[in-house]
Ligand binder design. Structure first.
Ligand code: ATP
Ligand code: MG
Length: 337
């Protein structure tokens, strides 16, 4: 049975890494069809708007999208496209795996942490932000709901089950933010009881930062609220060598969008040297989401093997002499073997 996904090539290096990624996906034989749609500068040039209704309709229809990096023009009147997509599809879970890869410059080896960040509430509210007239006092608000906390914690546990992960750490600051972080923590404790096979522990966010830096291998899956998740997921990316290999999954109630965490990298666009791995890893997560976990794992392993044994083919950012297409070719060859 064939499944169709919406594909947004994106801006800058987007089309280059998307071409490479789709070529690899085809080699995996997952019976996927692609419905190409526009967003970002590409859409502005073709259709006069950054996020055409037709694009939203296609994502809603197929429920799954693979997305290249998008550029939002700087200046008044443009809301970030990513924020618009998040709100439109209620993309409440931002999932950010941080995994060590061979041959990358990083402080640690053998890290494999998934951060599951709540992405619709917490400290990221557009309302409730005030600055007094004399400029003296700024107030912002945190709002956590039982419903919002429940769905993010449940998502994290279900992900752990699906991917055979062993431990979930709920990260909070309930000792100080007694109501908001306290509600999140209480919900996490309650839901944890439903999953006796998964080890549950809780950790205060400041201690988590120290533990991540000193002994990151102790973490498996982290689930946390919006602001802490924003910070911790970048910290974890830094532990394994930065954003070059970082996928980001945005899971919602009616759709899920898979992307690379990095931007459109205009400085190297068109040169054929962009590293396709972040988008490829996002595609692997998409396969997990589509219940093709074995194919997702095969893809991750092929990327890993290529980085270990075929150093000449990898892109310059990883210390290789290759190009986007030589990297993709090498991965395809491994999948065929
Ligand atoms: P945007 O405005 O879209 O965020 P950016 O230039 O900030 O674009 P980033 O992705 O944040 O894009 O890029 C930061 C740096 O990392 C740039 O020098 C860029 O060339 C490099 N970079 C980003 N992604 C890749 C990639 N996939 N392969 C190689 N280098 C990359
Ligand atoms: Mg940037």
């Amino acid at each position: 049975m064939s499944k169709t996904i919406a594909v947004i090539p994106g801006d800058g290096i987007g089309p280059e890494i998307m071409t490479a990624t789709l070529r690899v996906l085809d080699a995996l034989d997952c019976s996927l069809s692609y419905d190409f749609v526009d967003a970002g500068m590409a859409a502005l040039e073709k259709h006069g708007e950054l996020l055409p209704q037709a694009t939203l309709d296609k994502i809603a229809e197929h429920k799954v999208a693979l997305k290249g990096p998008l550029t939002t023009p700087i200046g008044e009147g443009f809301t970030s496209i990513n924020v618009t997509l998040r709100r439109h599809f209620d993309l409440y879970a931002n999932v950010r795996p941080a995994v060590s890869f061979p041959g990358t410059k990083s402080r640690y080896e053998n890290i494999d942490i998934i951060t599951v960040r709540e992405n619709t509430e917490g400290a990221y509210l557009s309302e409730g932000q005030t600055l007094s007239e004399d400029g003296e006092t700024a107030i912002s608000m945190i709002r956590n709901t039982r419903t919002g906390s429940t769905r993010i914690v449940r998502y994290a546990f279900e992900l752990a089950v699906k991917k055979g992960r062993k431990k979930i750490t709920a990260v909070h600051k309930a000792n100080i933010l007694k109501t908001s972080s306290g509600l999140f923590l209480n919900v996490a404790r309650e839901i944890a009881k439903e999953y006796p096979r998964i080890e549950f522990n809780e950790m205060i966010v400041d201690n988590t930062c120290m533990q991540l830096v000193m002994n990151p291998q102790q973490f498996d899956v982290i689930v946390t609220t919006n602001l802490f998740g924003d910070i911790l997921s970048d910290l974890c990316a830094g532990l394994v060598g930065g954003l070059g290999l970082a996928p980001g999954d945005n899971i919602g109630t009616t759709a899920a969008i898979f992307e690379a965490v990095h931007g459109s990298a205009p400085d190297i666009a068109g040169k054929g040297i962009a590293n396709p791995c972040a988008l490829l890893l996002a595609a692997a997560d998409m396969l997990d989401h589509l219940d093709m976990v074995a194919k997702g794992d095969r893809l991750r392993q092929a990327i890993r093997d290529t980085m270990t044994s075929d150093r000449a083919s990898v892109t310059p950012d990883l210390g290789g002499k290759g190009s986007t297409s030589s990297f993709a070719d090498a991965i395809v060859k491994r999948l065929a073997a």
